[in-house]
Design a protein around this ligand. Structure first.
Ligand SMILES: NC(=O)c1ccc[n+]([C@@H]2O[C@H](COP(=O)([O-])OP(=O)(O)OC[C@H]3O[C@@H](n4cnc5c(N)ncnc54)[C@H](O)[C@@H]3O)[C@@H](O)[C@H]2O)c1
Length: 442
């Protein structure tokens, strides 16, 4: 499909069948965001049950969207109707993959003078509905997501995930979502940076791989083909960051994406805070945090005059949750998120976006090599399993792959994310949102 021009820039129409074979229920699907979501889902290959209370509108939207859409009346304030919408999806299509809990009402506008709500009064029925829609339907989601009558199904799904079946799902990572874009990716000789360079090129971008591992970087560029160019770039040296940007512009005419990904973990030797080595702290900050500022600065130099571009950073769950990495590393990654917040507003006024991707434990040299050095008796597999076990406490499943992070980066870099700015996209299977209490079950 031809790219469309919207507000002066290109975006690839999102019809890449990324939801092929999936079944979704979308509440509030007759209008607004719900309708737009149903449209995108169907374009991407899903079957959709549009669940709403606007029957005429819902039926006509379903008719408009064709045979993959069906309308059902579903007042989300009524548990039985939510259950029925789920039941309909399963009955009609055999399973349910996505429940998009989207229906909502605004309630009264603040500042409007109105009497306090009386739930029993006929005139305040909407207040009661407002309250119940925004609370009860969330409770429904937990029934679908974990526990309750769906436990057996969940257990089967969990065991599938742990056995690696997750990776058999199609992610259609070759949909040309970055067609025509030019990117610099730092730390691209290895791990997440290498996986990102591959995904970017698979999606139509040209990539400058910037790293300090010259032999590896050149070999990766050769492996990735003519869309890839390696350049030496020590991100602690501002002149080298500037040169990588200039190389992209000289070679390809412009820079659309600067992905500041290079990073170091620093010493993992357990040491009390009182003996923190500040020289080591400075070294980690120079690679992980100061270089992020240099990236934003020189990306802005190339992007602001064109009023277009995207700066991406690799953060970490260690920048979100304390104690999940060495102290210096955690501080440096929190600073990366600070850079996003500090620059996103200024850049937005010039048509440039800034976002971060924050992964949890990925088995790459950064996370494995030093740890293995510190625990010489441990095998690579044992360490990987130990990291995976840490993720299991949120039932996130096995360790994520570098490609899972890379695909999040592709999305943020693409024009599909044109309104996403100043965001930290955690790629952690839910690790940072909560912890299970260790209360014995018996
Ligand atoms: N692996 C994980 O568990 C994990 C989790 C969260 C965040 N991250 C972050 O992901 C990013 C990529 O790390 P990875 O896991 O792919 O590790 P990796 O070791 O495979 O890759 C890091 C790359 O950065 C490069 N690099 C280091 N110092 C550099 C410098 N001064 N200039 C230029 N390049 C330099 C290395 O040569 C290497 O190629 C890092 O920012 C890291 O902090 C990793």
């Amino acid at each position: 499909m031809m790219p469309l021009v919207v507000s002066g820039f290109f975006y690839a129409a999102s019809d890449s069948q990324r939801l092929a074979g999936k079944v979704a229920v979308i509440t509030g699907g007759a209008s607004g965001i719900g309708k737009a979501t149903a449209t995108e889902f169907i374009k991407n290959g899903a079957k959709v049950i549009i669940a709403d209370i606007q029957d005429d509108l819902g039926h006509s939207v379903a008719a408009e969207l064709g045979p993959d859409a069906a309308y059902t009346r579903c007042d989300v304030a009524d548990e039985a109707q939510v259950a029925a919408a789920v039941g309909l999806a399963v009955k009609r299509h055999g399973h349910l993959d996505v429940f998009h809990n989207n229906a909502g009402i605004a309630g009264r506008l603040p500042g409007r003078r109105s009497p306090p709500p009386k739930i029993s009064s006929k005139s305040t029925a909407r207040d009661a509905q407002f309250q119940s829609i925004n609370t009860l339907s969330n409770a429904e989601l937990t029934i679908i997501g974990s526990g309750g009558p769906y436990d057996a199904e969940n257990n089967a799904a969990r065991s599938q995930r742990s056995s690696g079946l997750l990776h058999q799902f199609s992610t259609a990572a070759n949909s040309q979502r970055l067609a025509g874009k030019v990117a610099v990716i730092t730390g691209a000789a290895s791990g997440i940076g290498k996986a990102s360079a591959k995904e970017f090129i698979g999606n139509g971008a040209k990539v400058i791989l910037a790293d300090v591992q010259d032999d590896l970087g050149r070999a990766v560029a050769a492996e990735l083909g003519p869309g890839a160019t390696y350049t030496r770039c020590d991100v602690t040296d501002e002149a080298q960051v500037a040169a990588a940007v200039d190389l992209a512009v000289a070679r390809h005419g412009a820079l659309d994406v600067f992905y500041s990904n290079a990073g170091v973990l620093g010493s993992i030797a357990p040491a009390p805070l009182a003996s923190l080595d500040l020289a080591e702290f400075d070294r980690v900050m120079a690679v992980n945090a100061r270089a992020a500022v240099a990236a934003a600065k020189h990306a802005a130099r190339a992007m602001v005059p064109r009023r277009s571009g995207c700066v991406l950073f690799t953060g970490s769950v260690s920048g979100v949750v304390g104690g999940t990495g060495p102290t210096s590393y955690g501080v440096s990654k929190a600073a990366v998120l600070g850079v996003v917040r500090a620059v996103a507003g200024e850049l937005a006024r010039h048509g440039v976006r800034a976002n971060a991707v924050s992964p949890c434990g990925v088995a790459t040299p950064l996370s494995m090599v030093q740890v293995l050095e510190a625990y010489p008796g441990m095998s690579f597999e044992e360490l990987k399993n130990a990291m995976a076990a840490s993720m299991e406490q949120m039932e996130a499943g096995p360790l994520i792959d570098p490609e899972d992070v890379a695909r999040a980066a592709v999305f943020l870099a693409s024009d599909e994310a044109k309104y996403i700015n100043g965001h930290n996209l955690v790629v952690d299977g839910g690790f940072t949102v909560g912890k299970l209490l260790k209360i014995p079950k018996e």
